[in-house]
Design a protein around this ligand. Structure first.
Ligand code: NAD
Length: 387
């Protein structure tokens, strides 16, 4: 099940389907367009062969938007992003735009999307495909078959709290202040996302904070527990101090299903979890907003964790798997197309099993292929799984 309200699920069960599936595609810069082109192939096939009914509109973001409009995303494209059921985002940035004004830099487009769409929940799965278990820095038995999901609060906490200052104390000393601040509603809503996610997986949540030394940790712990008791008591809940959590992630990551944590700890723990699985070119992510009070649908943006990789852009050698896996997350969480999402993920795993690899995940004895060849191989595998 994806992130749908009880009412949506009832409607689905009654055979009512969503009227349309509006996807706003923002390829962006560098390898972004190369990676999104491989998703477009899959979408076109799904529309033709399965009647999936995706309506895809394309816009500009990042440096390419700056070149066209003088800003990192235009108001018109921002409106389209807000009106879409889901946004698929490639990557932004590159040396070409190093000297553009700060507020128009490519990354400002990404930040505006996150802010205007109020995407407070960042979902980063860490899945270790069996064929790549040898490329992790950890022992094969520790990571093989790993499938965990980190749910990170994205719009609050110490990155945004005020005051946020550096003060000159006048005696050759300065004082820097960042403020870790969370209100009840912010913790409730991120906990809700984590519990909903857990219900679609192994039904277990581990909440991480530092209640031993931080007041925000005390409140976090209280509110997660209360939210659990109130609405999600069917889900198994554990609490762990975030430092111990970091240690456990490296010691035995398979003990976790869903981890929910704040912005700062989530930033670090999701990077640790990500690297358990190998290359940046493999890592998808999703960012979700609050459910619409009328339709229950959440605003959502799906993007690979990697950037625009200017060092390899234009060469046709980027790994499109992070982008394709982000599309699978879109199928699962925005469109409740669980079987299709499973098949896309299975197609990726099967292609990796055949030994086909883009350069970033290539090792001795494997066949080195291009971005387009990887996209084609995944599509062909998907077609045979669907046959
Ligand atoms: P990066 O993720 O673009 O690249 C880091 C390294 O990983 C590079 O060597 C790159 O070639 C490799 N890599 C990344 N994705 C790959 C893929 N799919 N296949 C094969 N190899 C891949 O990070 P960076 O080099 O620090 O940043 C480059 C630009 O991207 C900068 O302008 C940065 O601001 C921007 N950036 C954007 C995003 C985003 O759009 N979400 C995220 C991070 C960085």
């Amino acid at each position: 099940m994806g992130l749908f309200t009880d009412e949506d699920l009832t409607n689905n069960a009654k055979g009512k389907v969503m009227a349309s599936r509006k996807v706003f595609l923002l390829p962006g810069d560098g390898i972004g367009p190369e990676a999104t082109a491989e998703v477009t192939k899959i979408i076109n096939w799904m529309n033709e062969a399965l009647g999936s009914g995706f309506e895809v509109e394309e816009g500009l973001v990042g440096g390419t938007a700056y070149d066209a409009h003088g800003e990192a995303i235009s108001d018109g494209d921002m409106e389209k992003a807000l009106a879409a059921d889901a946004v698929l985002f490639g990557a932004v940035g590159g040396p070409k735009w190093d000297d553009v004004p700060y507020e128009a830099r490519p990354e400002a487009g990404l930040l505006r999307l996150r802010k205007d769409m109020e995407l407070f929940a960042n979902l980063r799965p860490a899945i270790c495909y069996p064929a790549l278990a040898d490329s992790s820095s950890l022992r094969k038995d520790v990571v093989e078959g790993l499938d965990i999901l980190i749910v990170r609060e994205l719009t609050g906490g110490v990155y945004f709290g005020e005051p946020k200052t550096i003060t000159d104390l006048g005696n050759g000393q300065k004082r820097a202040v960042d403020t870790q601040v969370y209100d009840t509603f912010e913790i409730e809503r991120i906990a809700g996302v984590a519990f909903e996610m857990a219900r679609t997986r192994d039904n277990r949540v581990c909440s991480m904070e530092k209640r031993n030394v931080m007041k925000s940790g005390v409140l976090w712990n209280e509110v997660v527990s209360a939210t659990h008791k109130d609405k999600y008591s069917d889900v198994e809940l554990d609490h762990m101090l975030a430092d111990a959590g970091g240690m456990q992630l490296v010691r035995w990551p398979k003990q976790f299903d869903v981890i929910v944590t704040d912005n700062l700890f989530g930033d670090m723990l999701s990077d640790v979890a990500a690297m358990l699985t190998g290359s940046l070119g493999m890592l998808p992510s999703a960012s979700l907003g609050a459910p619409d009070p009328v339709t229950g649908a959440r605003k959502a943006m799906y993007e690979p964790v990697h950037g625009s990789a200017p060092d390899i852009a234009g060469q046709g050698i980027a790994n499109p798997i992070a982008m394709i896996a982000s599309f699978a997350m879109m199928l699962r969480y925005s469109f409740n197309m669980v079987a299709e999402a499973d098949q896309v993920e299975k197609a990726i795993a099967n292609v990796l099993d055949t030994g086909k690899r883009t350069g970033d995940i290539w090792s001795e004895g494997c066949e080195k292929i291009t971005t387009a060849e990887m996209g084609d191989a995944i599509l062909a595998e998907l077609q045979s799984l669907a046959a």
